[in-house]
Ligand binder design. Structure first.
Ligand code: FMN
Length: 329
């Protein structure tokens, strides 16, 4: 029997498949079902920074009053107002009582502001770790990419000062230099990064000439940006821990991300689309793969195909991509 045991941010997981943050991780019942289905850990639905500020009546004093994360607005209007932060802490406590797998809380944030005191309460409620889902759309022509990046580091430093539990930072893929950003996120105290979040994306309804939302679910084809950057970043920053996210729908997706160097894989859309039993199938595929290659532990092959461990790392880079298209008839 293959050994799937995985250490993620110092936490012991029975396997590297983590249920990512979503509506499926917002109730104790579903968290129990996810544990029964076989996941190694669970990331709770995010609580939004704005919600914490509203509920604690501590208005953010950052000079940036505007909400820059569209999904947050939607979330606040339709759902979050009904759910107080005390309910969130209750969810952490109850989930911890109900399951043996690690429970990772999640906060969506855009600022290093007062909300970070709440991180202490999350820790006190028993969360094993905290995932910070940070996103600010960079649309200000007067603000440099460095200044946008610095906000991420400020948030991590601020939260790190408040809690002892490990912190993961979930980011999008739109950075000028993802390697440096991940390096700096770790240097400022995070134990892991989650590559990458998939954000709410506007679409146009051509019949009504109105805005609509693009499909929130990923497809297996969405794995590639994350696969490339996991491979590159693990090669360049061997000590960085990476939780791969987006487009992992089956065992092959899990195996590929582990080969690229991911510490764990997070799944979400496939749970919605294929049901929780998909986890069993993924574990079976992982087991067959390890048997076929005579790997006893995940460490026997983790990162084997990362940028550092292959003969031609250029394969990860753009030039190879152009060559492919120029040769294509
Ligand atoms: C319905 C839905 C709700 C989500 N809610 C959150 C959330 O609250 N916090 C968060 O960090 N990510 C959230 N996500 C993003 C997922 O955790 C995940 O990063 C993304 O869906 C990509 O992974 P996938 O390809 O496996 O779906 C949500 C995704 C979906 C589809």
């Amino acid at each position: 029997m293959a050994n799937f045991a995985t250490n993620y941010m110092g936490l012991s997981l029975k396997n590297p498949i983590v249920a990512g943050s979503s509506g499926l991780t917002n109730s104790v019942k579903q968290i129990q079902q996810l544990e029964e289905a076989g996941v190694g850990a669970v990331v709770l639905k995010s609580l939004f920074e704005e919600q914490i500020s509203i509920d604690t009546n501590s208005v953010m004093n950052t000079g940036n009053e505007q909400n820059t994360y569209p999904e947050a607005e939607d979330y606040i209007q339709n759902y979050t107002r009904m759910n107080s932060i005390s309910k969130y802490l209750e969810l952490v406590k109850e989930a911890k009582k109900a399951v043996d797998i690690p429970v990772i809380a999640s906060v969506n944030c855009v600022n290093a502001s007062d909300w970070s005191n709440f991180a202490k309460e999350i820790e006190a409620a028993g969360a094993d770790a905290l995932e910070l889902n940070i996103y600010e759309l960079p649309v200000d022509r007067n603000v440099s990419a460095d200044s946008y990046d610095k906000k991420y580091y400020d948030i991590v430093r601020m939260v790190k000062r408040k809690v002892k539990i490990p912190i993961a930072v979930k980011i999008g893929s739109n950075f000028s230099n993802p390697v440096r950003v991940v390096d700096q996120i770790h240097a400022n105290g995070a134990s892991s990064v989650v590559l990458f979040n998939k954000f709410y994306t506007p679409d146009f309804d051509l019949e009504k000439l109105e805005f609509t939302s693009a499909d929130v679910m990923s497809t297996p084809l969405d794995i590639y940006p994350g696969l490339r950057w996991t491979g590159i970043i693990k090669g360049k920053l061997p000590k960085a821990q990476i939780a791969a996210s987006t487009g992992i729908h089956d065992g092959d997706g899990v195996i590929k991300q582990l080969l690229a160097g991911a510490q764990v894989t997070q799944i979400c859309s496939t749970l919605y689309l294929n049901g929780f039993d998909v986890v069993k199938g993924m574990l079976t595929e992982l087991e067959s793969f390890m048997k076929k290659w005579s790997f006893e532990n995940i460490e026997d092959f983790r990162g084997r195909m990362s940028y550092r461990n292959i003969d031609s790392p250029a394969i990860y880079e753009r030039s190879q991509f152009m060559k492919y298209y120029s040769n294509k008839k």
